[in-house]
Design a protein around this ligand. Structure first.
Ligand code: ATP
Ligand code: MG
Length: 166
């Protein structure tokens, strides 16, 4: 909440560093390992086997990826799958979090990045939350001049990409 207020009031500043994104993402990935194991979720991390140094704010980007993963786990039932992947293409870096969870109705897709917006019919009622996670992710993406791409199909799953210029 404090982060959110800070963003809203325009006080959030980026502190960018040149970081190898693979070990960085591996760390975030690992924080959900135990949960995946307990819930029997097939959990994978796909990355090229090379150093991929890019400029970004690791503190903020960690929050963004963490929020996406937290959603993926919240909205995916036991036994299904969650995947993190990263790839670099010429001038862009793409971080993807995908799941085979409940999916998001097409009508709601354009609104889920709004603050406090939660999808009624999905698992939102069973799971706690305020509807701020994706608003925070969106803001962090914008600050990195990144684009957020989302594809989702009800009952099939969701894929969210953070695509940013390197
Ligand atoms: P908070 O993140 O503040 O704890 P939240 O997870 O409900 O709460 P957001 O992260 O902003 O809020 O997500 C908004 C809504 O988008 C969620 O309530 C949920 O309905 C939907 N949603 C987000 N990610 C997924 C996903 N991976 N699969 C299905 N629905 C999702
Ligand atoms: Mg969330």
């Amino acid at each position: 909440l404090l982060d959110f207020r800070k963003q809203e009031q325009g006080f959030m500043k980026l502190k960018v560093e040149c970081v190898d994104i693979v070990p960085f993402l591996e760390d975030v990935y690992r924080s959900f390992w135990e949960l995946a194991r307990k819930r029997n979720i097939v959990y994978t991390f796909e990355h090229p086997n090379e150093k991929m140094e890019v400029w970004f704010d690791p503190v903020q980007m960690q929050k963004a990826v963490f929020n996406l993963l937290s959603n993926a786990f919240k909205y995916t039932s036991d036994g299904k799958s969650v995947k993190v992947s990263v790839r670099k293409q010429q001038q862009i870096m793409e971080i993807t979090v995908s799941d085979t969870g409940c999916g998001i109705p097409q009508d709601d897709l354009s609104r889920i990045f709004e603050r406090f917006y939660r999808v009624d019919k999905s698992r939102s009622k069973q799971t706690g939350g305020t509807g701020l996670g994706l608003a925070i992710v969106k803001h962090i993406a914008v600050m990195h001049k990144a684009e957020l791409k989302i594809e989702s199909e009800l009952g099939k799953g969701t894929e969210i990409k953070i695509v940013f210029p390197v």
